[in-house]
Design a protein around this ligand. Structure first.
Ligand code: ATP
Ligand code: MG
Length: 392
């Protein structure tokens, strides 16, 4: 690379459950891909979620938030677990996540739905429909009906109990997500589909009007509009028609889960949340998976395998202890490079490495199929590093 060495500060938040295992892999991948493209990092590892509650009594300690705000980007594992399942919201790990999103002012949530050809059979759709799907869904994250006032409970004129919410979008909220979406589309296949319900809802009518106006500034992007009911059908019928999609908070909540099932494997799906300025937040869409978390077991297994090679051969498959799939976090690290730091080459290097590792047959349990090679989280990480290095 001809660019001089660039240096970035990254806040790492491993969190709970499988968080530390997957963040450790993603960090190694970031370091190697960065090194090969002339990038250096200054990492700060911080507490959030259950781990932070245990250490400080708060799900988002002040030091974590200030480190995050001072860095160029934040890479998060996952938070939560049975141990902290409680009703008091001040004592919930997930509250930390909502707080950090709010504090960082991240109004755009990006969730790619990519079907990797070696994993096409994991899709809930037929092979010919799923093959080649590569969608970027952008959800407005800080406005709309989830935040609109007035909201609450009351009684109607008949004395009947009611619950009510309000959808409000101001022009500036629509304009900033629109500019954001057009710019993402420019980096992709230059097709942007805006999803709304402009035949019924006023907030959607303004949404559509603003998108049409802002489209004038992006003549290289082909803008289309779709009603949300039709879009939810088209995502299943023919997902390949979409490149970049953008929608409001509530429609995005629903469509992003639907789009994730088009790919079929939760362990493969990254996300990015970005604001107007300041650091973005990058995290896998899956949770902390406490049911499969287990670093202690890894050490035990390593020791045990030295002790008895015969036992190892007979029981490799059932005894893999670090079952977490790190791909979603590794792909979140690639999004961090592209959308957080503008380091396109290093991002591509990681994405190519993910594809190459899959092509070489390595799988964690959640994406395993007959004829592929089952490995644990750490070993998969080592294979991803080999692919990053060879960059095929
Ligand atoms: P949250 O409420 O935090 O979003 P959840 O409890 O709804 O999370 P996950 O923690 O995402 O759900 O786990 C759902 C299921 O998927 C679990 O059985 C879990 O083991 C599995 N799973 C999640 N992430 C991974 C991963 N990276 N690798 C392998 N399996 C995973
Ligand atoms: Mg959970």
């Amino acid at each position: 690379s001809s660019k001089p060495t660039r240096s970035y500060s990254i806040t790492l938040i491993p969190g709970d459950g499988i968080g530390p295992e997957i963040i450790s892999v993603a960090k190694d991948v970031l370091v190697l891909a960065g090194y090969l493209e002339g990038i250096k990092y200054d990492f700060r590892e911080m507490l959030m979620g259950g781990a932070a509650l245990d250490a400080t009594g708060l799900p988002l300690p002040h030091e974590t938030l200030s480190a995050a705000k001072q860095s160029h980007a934040v890479l998060l594992g996952a938070v939560g677990g049975y141990k902290w399942d409680r009703n008091d919201k001040h004592l919930k790990p997930e509250t930390g996540l909502l707080q950090i999103r709010k504090e960082l002012g991240v109004f755009a949530n990006l969730r790619p739905a990519t079907v990797y050809s070696p994993l096409v059979d994991a899709s809930t759709l037929k092979r010919e429909v799923a093959e080649g799907v590569d969608i970027m869904l952008i959800r407005e994250l800080t406005g709309g009906i989830y935040f609109g006032e007035p909201r609450g409970f009351g009684t109607n004129d008949n004395g009947e109990e009611i619950g009510f919410n309000t959808e409000i979008y101001a022009t500036h909220e629509i304009d900033r997500i629109a500019h954001f979406a057009f710019k993402v589309a420019q980096k992709r296949r230059r097709k942007l589909c805006s999803v709304d319900k402009a035949n019924v809802l006023e907030a959607s009518m303004l949404w559509r009007k603003r998108f049409l106006a802002i489209a004038q500034e992006y003549p290289d992007v082909e803008l289309s509009h779709m009603y949300v009911d039709n879009a939810s059908m088209q995502l299943i019928r023919d997902p390949k028609q979409f490149d970049t999609m953008v929608t409001n908070n509530i429609f995005g909540d629903i469509l992003s889960d639907e789009a994730s099932m088009v790919t079929g494997s939760i362990g493969m799906l990254p996300s990015a949340s970005l604001g107007a300025s300041g650091p973005g937040l990058f995290e896998p869409i899956h949770g902390s998976a406490p049911d499969i978390a287990g670093q202690v077991g890894v050490f035990y297994f390593r020791f045990f395998s030295f002790a008895s090679t015969d036992m190892l051969n007979n029981s490799t498959i059932t005894h893999i202890q670090d079952k977490a799939n790190p791909f979603a976090t590794v792909l979140s690290a690639a999004m961090l490079l592209r959308y957080g730091l503008g380091e396109e080459k290093a991002a591509e290097r990681i994405e190519n490495a993910v594809m190459d590792t899959l092509n070489r047959g390595f799988r964690t349990g959640d994406i395993y199929s007959a004829g592929t090679k089952l490995v644990g989280c750490k070993q998969l990480g080592e294979e991803i590093l080999k692919s990053v290095e060879s960059n095929v």
